[in-house]
Design a protein around this ligand. Structure first.
Ligand SMILES: Nc1ncnc2c1ncn2[C@@H]1O[C@H](COP(=O)(O)OP(=O)(O)O)[C@@H](O)[C@H]1O
Ligand SMILES: [Mg+2]
Length: 211
């Protein structure tokens, strides 16, 4: 049973960390007890989940307090999966501590080489974390894809040069991700409107659980 603690990280804002963390946790919750950790001082996840008064079918959420490594290890003892939404930074002790506890880092990136290279410090930070945590794996997750085959040649080349592998599955650009967020739901909670987005997330989960 690997990949129990999954941290969603990127130093850049707006790449889809919160969207991926929340929907991933909703999908994992269908498979086993799942806890969502809000490590972002902006508290997007906490606000998202608070929005509908607890009827969204979303996992329990806690804010990450004092000692991230201990808190995450503790949560992993009582839950099958723990998903951590991280602040947009790799600087500082918090994200480093999260990476020491995690089994898997997922790095959502927008499908442009410029955005990928803006995340290059991430690869360095992951390598650094792996020196203390040899179990740690990391993958890029492409977000806001325009269609299944829309990856430009430039992007393919940029990804191939990046030190972190990329998941085959990604998230397409879909209105459902936004509307679900507005309603305080995951894409699993908005019925038919979320169907295709659910398929994205399910493919990501299946891939991640086989890593
Ligand atoms: N695949 C997607 N399709 C459509 N909108 C998306 C998608 N991924 C993210 N968004 C939207 O983009 C914005 C930024 O995403 P967010 O998850 O908040 O990024 P981050 O947490 O990295 O700052 C949000 O408004 C979100 O709803
Ligand atoms: Mg966020």
């Amino acid at each position: 049973m690997t990949n129990r603690i999954i941290a969603v990280i990127n130093q850049k804002g707006g790449t889809g960390k919160t969207t991926l963390a929340l929907n991933l946790s909703a999908g994992l919750a269908l498979r086993g007890s799942t806890h969502l950790v809000d490590a972002d001082p902006q508290r997007s996840i906490t606000q998202w989940v608070a929005m509908d008064g607890g009827n969204s079918g979303l996992p329990e959420v806690t804010r990450l307090g004092g000692n991230p490594t201990a808190v995450l290890a503790d949560l992993a003892r009582s839950h099958r999966y723990v998903v951590v939404d991280c602040p947009p930074t790799v600087q500082g002790e918090t994200v480093a501590a999260i990476m020491r506890a995690a089994h898997l880092v997922l790095i959502p990136v927008l499908p442009s080489p410029i955005d990928l290279w803006a995340s290059v410090d991430m690869a360095v930070a992951v390598k650094e974390a792996q020196r203390n945590n040899s179990n740690l794996r990391a993958c890029l997750v492409l977000n806001q894809l325009e269609s299944r085959n829309a990856l430009s040649r430039d992007m393919r080349e940029a990804v191939a040069e990046f030190d972190v592998p990329v998941l085959i599955s990604g998230m397409q650009r879909r209105a459902a991700y936004r509307t679900a967020a507005v309603e305080g739901m995951s894409v699993y909670g908005v019925g038919k409107r979320g169907q295709q987005a659910v398929a994205d997330i399910e493919a990501i989960i299946e891939e991640v659980l086989c890593l």
